[in-house]
Structures are given as C-alpha cells and as structure tokens.
Design a protein around this ligand. Sequence first.
Ligand code: NAD
Ligand code: ZN
Length: 357
Amino acid sequence: KVIKCKAAVLWEANKPFSIEEVEVAPPKEHEVRIKIMATGICRSDDHVITGALVMPFPIILGHEAAGVVESVGQGVTSVKPACTLLECAFRQFQDHLLLLPVAFAILKLKEKGKKFLSLILSYCKCKINCSLLVGKFTKFSPLLSTGWSTVNEVAPLEKVCLIGCGFSTGYGAALQTAKVEPGSTCAIFGLGGVGLSVIIGCKVAGASRIIAVDINSNKFAKAKELGATDCVNPKDFKKPIQEVLMEMTGGGVDYSFEVIGRTDTMTAALACCHYNYGVSVIVGVPPAAQKITFDPMLLFTGRSWKGSVFGGWKSKDAVPKLVADYMKKTFVLDPLITHTLHWTKINEGFDLLRTGK
Ligand code: NAD
Ligand code: ZN
C-alpha cells in the first residue's frame, strides 16, 4: 500500500524546509521501503541549499540515515521486514563505489499547489548502471535493494547513522585515502563533524602530532578531546596559515586534509605539506563552478594531492565493519553529536550547523 507520511521538502535554494505530506509507493522489484529512525545533518546538504552543490528542486535532502525495513519488493531476498539498514551517501554497486554525490531524493510534483507529492525513485543512466536519489529527511523512504548495509541490530541507530556519511568520510580519509602512518604529523583544516572524524582517524592511525585548524576557536576543545595536539586559528596570524604551519613543523606536515569546501583552503592545505613527501587530501566539497589556480611547483617537488569521497570505503562491505568497530569501542561517535532534535525541527538543526554550533 502507498504510505502517506511527512517529509522535509526544500522547494528552492536558500529557503527553509517545509514539512509536507508525501506518498511513498510500495517497493517495486528489487526495492525496499524503509522507516527512517535517525538521520544526521551534513554540510553537503547545506551546500545544496546554498547552490554550491547543484541539485534539482524540489528535493528531499538527507543522506546519512539508519532505518528499519518496512516492506520489500519482488526479488528481494537479502533482507526482510524489521531488518536494520544503514543508508550511505555513497553506495557500492557490485564492486564499484558510487562516485556521484547524489544520494538525494527527487520529488515528482504531481499537483502543484495542492502540495501533493509522490516520492519516486530515480535512476540516472550513468556508467556504473544505477545511482539512487533518495532523501532521508522523511519518515519513510524507498531504497534500491543493492548497495545498502545491514547493521548489527543492537547498535544505537541515533549514533551509527553518522557512519552513513560524516564519520566514515573523515575517518576513511585518514586511514584509507591518506594511509596516515604511526608517528606522523597531520593538519586538519575545518573541525565540523567530518574534520573531527579525520582527527579520530589520525589518532587511531598513530599520528603523533595532530594540528587542528579552524576560524572558530570554539571548536578547539572538542578537537583536543579527540586527539588534536595543537589548535590554530588562522585569524590569529597576519601571515598565511600555510606559512604558520610550515614554521610550526619545521618544513611541513606529512598529511593535510581540507575539510571545509573552499578553494583557498584547498591550496593552503597542499602548501603546508612537506615539499617532498607531503600528502594533501581534499575532503570538503568544492563549490560548483569554481576553479583553482596554484603554483605547479607545489606538486613538482613531490607533494601529492588526492581527493576522498566517503573516505574511500566500499560502503557495503565497510559499513557493517565500521559499525562492529564502533561497538568494540575502536572509536567514539558521541562527541560528534552536538544536538538531538525531532526531525521536524530540521530548520533549527540547519541554523545550528550554519552558526557553527
Ligand atoms: P561543517 O560546516 O560542520 O564544518 C566546517 C568547519 O570549517 C567549521 O568548523 C568552520 O568554522 C570551518 N571553516 C570555515 N571556513 C574556514 C576557513 N577559511 N579556515 C578554517 N576553517 C574554516 O562541515 P562538515 O559537515 O564537517 O563537512 C565539511 C566538508 O566536507 C563540507 O564541504 C562537506 O560538504 C564535505 N563532505 C565531503 C564528503 C566527501 O565524501 N568528500 C562527505 C561529507 C561531507
Ligand atoms: Zn554527507
């Protein structure tokens, strides 16, 4: 049966969400319908709101969710109703990691004005066959039956939902993409949920010096709690931050991470690496249509510049393992949770994100 439920709909850029009734169709072949139990807010959602990440409107955002299977479509054998699932921003189809940052829902407007919407699954015909556009700021959501991750049922869903994007992205950027080595020095630009997760990853990897960089000094206490050894606010210096870091480390860091989504900090992060063996990882989403101009000498001498999406993990295999590691207390998630709100307070949640809280 069609389920009618509420969803937070964004009708146009730079406007608040409005809570609307949507219809979620019964799952078709190879689809499941999930009841969303908890969802995180990620800056990437806000990039869609501001237009920095271009998506079609109207849209239901949200891409790190934990939920329970409500019903399954024909041909689905791997899960059954009541199974717990973790929905990931970047899913693994067959053996590929889905590279398109499109884990968002498209709403098909049926009767504009009556605010009657039908939540539909959309498949884009990209090379790896399918991508799924599904929003999680809603009570029920359809999901393609491949590419999900089943979760140990005892895991607290309101915490492990962060493994669906923010945590895994930062943690994997350190462990998988950069492959941080014990005893190394790391610099992390941007201390939101993702940047703090990079710090957790650097610490687990055994980095001996972890330099946290942010223009909001209120972020430093938590960065230290998670393992940062030094905290630097670029606003406290007249000279460029890369020069400050070069001096602090006597020649540059081994690994740097840009976890903001700005082109100037992407080049600053590259420049603060050791000229010969430094590795810099772009984690922040680059603003749409912006280009970077940089001195190629920065790369010529031996630095490497990399990008990282969803921490380089293959979600289907990695997410259950990350959940198990969380349950074994390999890492913590609590410090990443600053507020817990009912999902209908979504606009308040985004205000908290935008004001750095
Ligand atoms: P956030 O907004 O919570 O954190 C960003 C931090 O950067 C804030 O603490 C802010 O004060 C700081 N900052 C802003 N401008 C700065 C500057 N000029 N210098 C130093 N610090 C500055 O964001 P988040 O949710 O942690 O996400 C971080 C970035 O990662 C976003 O761009 C997001 O879209 C992106 N992201 C990428 C992936 C991926 O797969 N690569 C996944 C999730 C999020
Ligand atoms: Zn995200």
